[in-house]
Design a binder for this molecule. Structure first.
Ligand code: ADP
Ligand code: MG
Length: 244
C-alpha cells in the first residue's frame, strides 16, 4: 500500500528566549497508509500538537521531512485538514460560513462552496443549524462544525488534536461513535485519520494502530497494531446503551 503521509526523521527544537533551544521531538518517523486510523498517544507536553502542526505544515520541522503522496511538503500540507481541541470557530460567522472557511483556498464559486458546505453540515448532523452562530450551539455541536470545516475540503487525511477532550463524557461518546460510523461506513472520502489523544481507552476504541510518544523530548516508544474488535463488532458494553 502506498504511503499517504511519510514523516521521516523529524526533529523539532524551539528557541526559547534567554535560554538554549529546547528539543521537543527527536527523530520521529511514521508512515501513514491508506485505510489507517492512527492514534498518537503521549503525556501532556510531550509534543503531540507540535507533531500534528508539523504534519499539517503549519510550522516547519527543524530537520527531517514530511511528504504527502511521495513529495516533501513545502508550507501547508495540501492533503490534510485539522480539527482542534478548542474548536477554533469564528464566533462572528454562522455555521455555514465557518464550514465554508474550509474551502477558502479552493477555486470554487461562492454558490459551489455553499452547496458543498451544506452537504457536509448534513453529514456531521447539523442539518437545520446552518444559520446558527457558535454561541447558540452546545460544545458537541460546535465540534461538529469543526469537523465539518475539516471534512468539507475532502482531505485525504483528517488530523484531530484532542478533538473530544473538551466535551462532557456523553457528548464526547456520541461524537466518537458518529465519526467512527462515518469512517467505517465510508460515508466520507477520508483515506486516513490521525487522532492525537492522551486517552488510551479512546485510542483503543477508535484506532487500529497506536503510536506512543515518550515525554519531551519525545521519541516513539511504541508503534502497535490494535487488534481487539471495535465496539460495534462485538456485543456493546452495557453502558453504551445510555447514549443511544
Ligand atoms: P502536547 O500537545 O503533547 O501537550 P505540545 O506540542 O503542545 O505538547 O508542546 C510540547 C512542548 O513544546 C511543550 O513544552 C510546549 O511548551 C513547547 N512548545 C510548544 N509550542 C511552542 C512554541 N511555539 N515555542 C516554544 N515552545 C513551544
Ligand atoms: Mg496538545
Amino acid at each position: 500500500m502506498k504511503n499517504l503521509v511519510e514523516i521521516k526523521n523529524v526533529n523539532k527544537t524551539f528557541a526559547i528566549e534567554g535560554r538554549s533551544a529546547a528539543s521537543i521531538l527527536e527523530n520521529i518517523s511514521i508512515n501513514i497508509q491508506e485505510g489507517e486510523f492512527l492514534a498518537i498517544l503521549g503525556p501532556s507536553g510531550s509534543g503531540k500538537s507540535t507533531l500534528l502542526r508539523i504534519i499539517a505544515g503549519l510550522i516547519p520541522a527543524s530537520s527531517g521531512t514530511v511528504s504527502y503522496l511521495g513529495s516533501p511538503i513545502e508550507g501547508v500540507n495540501p492533503g490534510v485538514a485539522m480539527v482542534f481541541q478548542s474548536f477554533a470557530l469564528f464566533p462572528w460567522l454562522s455555521v455555514l460560513e465557518n464550514v465554508m472557511l474550509g474551502l477558502e483556498d479552493k477555486n470554487l464559486t461562492k454558490a459551489e462552496k455553499q452547496a458543498k458546505a451544506l452537504q457536509v453540515i448534513d453529514i456531521v448532523g447539523l442539518d437545520g443549524f446552518e444559520n446558527a452562530y457558535p454561541k447558540e450551539l452546545s460544545g458537541g455541536m460546535r465540534q461538529r462544525v469543526g469537523i465539518g470545516r475539516a471534512l468539507v475540503s475532502e482531505p485525504d487525511v483528517l488530523l484531530m488534536d484532542e478533538a473530544f477532550s473538551a466535551l462532557d463524557v456523553l457528548t464526547a461518546e456520541n461524537l466518537r461513535r458518529d465519526l467512527l460510523e462515518l469512517w467505517l461506513d465510508k460515508k466520507i472520502p477520508t483515506k486516513a485519520i490521525i487522532l492525537v489523544t492522551h486517552g488510551i481507552e479512546e485510542a483503543v476504541y477508535m484506532a487500529d494502530r497506536a503510536i506512543i510518544l515518550s515525554k519531551s523530548p519525545a521519541e516513539i516508544v511504541k508503534d502497535v497494531k490494535i487488534t481487539i474488535p471495535r465496539w460495534r463488532d462485538k456485543k456493546s458494553p452495557e453502558f453504551l446503551s445510555i447514549v443511544d
